[in-house]
Design a protein around this ligand. Structure first.
Ligand code: ADP
Length: 396
């Protein structure tokens, strides 16, 4: 029996999933885990497909442990867990594929070099995504590695949604709207077509609301617009990212306040959003529990901006048939869903309070013109499916 590993390596966390393949090469989840608080005191928890805890580990004095060292530990545990099942490839989430990478790709040195050039466009993610690929190449030089891009799902959206209103030459140089969270949206599009093919064939907004947050407008399962653009800083307010702000603010920070580019990057990517407005935390659960006026203001701004951006995407879609919530906040936070849907009542979203409280699959009232659903995302499975597809085509 064979196996595939999906890896999503971020700045302070590494998520992974082990899939075994049956005779028809269908991936079945065997275990999934996450290392958190890398750089502070890393902790690892691995669960079986049924949710049972298989492994818990903390490194209280592990502030200096690198991603590469932690990957070595994960890799050793995975080999032990999988026993005689051979790992045939590792698929990685890579946030930015630029103009060049419109589909998942087998990684070699040339691909890695090209992807590294995109590091400045996704400083929170890309360097960590690529460092994991290099670390695995050191550990297992012969193992096939596949890069799966968050931008790829949006690659074929209409030209009008890809262009920024700047002089044409910038577009040619790649300064354009890409869109992110594509692995999550592709999974949601697939699941929706299984759950309700009629809705999936229509006009859908999917809301990926986690630490990173964005909306995607899909028509017949294809992305036609997204709130994220050139970078994953655009669009919605997020845990620590500001989302769309007047570009004049950036000029002001630079010219009037004398902030350096590095300081501005740090402010916009790491100190803004829920964290910046509340002054308390980037974590929605913590803010809801806090109850203070600044936390309330941050939550309200998050929901107001999500509804406002959704209004723009409804215009891109010329109407709306379904709205899907996903990711940490979208899947679990009934009050945030209630607030966003309340602000979109004009567009035909009628939320059912009882099913919303239970985070049920369908949370709209039976007479709601727009169906509202909660669908858990599974980027790791999407990575495994893409990885399989790539190595079947190119089994070098
Ligand atoms: P990431 O983008 O890092 O994958 P997640 O999708 O895990 O993030 O989302 C993290 C966010 O989801 C945090 O703001 C967290 O508070 C929120 N969240 C996670 N679980 C719950 C829950 N049960 N109830 C409310 N909010 C939750």
């Amino acid at each position: 029996m064979k196996a595939i590993i999906s890896l999503n390596s971020g700045s302070s966390s590494i998520k992974f999933a082990l899939f075994t393949l049956d005779g028809a090469n269908n991936p079945a989840l065997s275990a999934g885990g996450k290392v958190e608080r890398i750089g502070i005191a890393p902790s690892l928890r691995v669960r079986s497909a049924d949710g049972d805890i298989l492994l818990e580990r903390v490194w209280p004095d592990g502030a200096s442990l690198t991603h590469a060292e932690l990957l070595k530990d994960i890799s050793a545990w995975a080999a032990e867990h999988l026993g005689d099942r051979e790992v045939i490839a590792i698929g990685h989430r890579v946030v930015h594929g630029g103009t060049e990478f419109a589909a998942p790709r087998l990684v070699d040195d040339a691909v890695l070099d090209a992807l590294e050039k995109l590091n400045p466009l996704a400083p929170l993610h890309q360097p960590h995504n690529l460092a994991a690929i290099r670390a695995i190449a050191q550990l297992r030089p012969k193992l096939l590695q596949v890069a799966c891009f968050d931008t790829a799902f949006h690659h074929d959206k209409p030209a009008v949604a890809a262009r920024l209103p700047l002089p044409r030459a910038f577009h040619e140089q790649g300064v354009r709207r890409y869109g992110f969270h594509g692995l999550s949206y592709e999974y949601i599009a697939r699941r929706l077509s299984e759950i309700d093919p009629v809705l999936a064939a229509g006009r859908v907004i999917a809301a990926h609301l986690g630490n990173g947050a964005s909306l995607c407008a899909m028509h017949a399962g294809k992305s036609i617009d997204s709130t994220m653009g050139f970078t994953a800083l655009d669009g919605l307010m997020m845990g620590t990212r500001c989302g769309a702000i007047d570009p004049g603010v950036v000029l002001h920070l630079q010219t009037q306040l004398g902030m350096s580019p590095a300081d501005i990057e740090d402010l916009l990517y790491r100190k803004s959003g829920l964290l910046g407005v509340s002054g308390i935390s980037s974590d929605m659960r913590t803010l809801s529990a806090s109850g203070g006026p600044e936390a309330e203001e941050a939550i309200e701004l998050f929901c107001w901006r999500a509804a406002r951006e959704a209004g723009g995407l409804i215009a891109s879609l010329s109407g709306l048939d379904a709205f899907v919530f996903t990711a940490g906040i979208g899947e679990n936070h009934a009050d945030v869903r209630h607030r966003i849907c309340g602000r979109l009542a004009w567009a035909g979203l009628r939320i059912d309070e009882a099913t919303n409280r239970d985070s049920a699959l369908r949370i709209s009232t039976p007479d709601s013109p727009v169906a509202i659903l909660v669908i858990p995302t599974d980027e790791e499975r999407m990575i495994a499916l893409h990885t399989l597809q790539v190595i079947r085509k190119d089994p070098s």
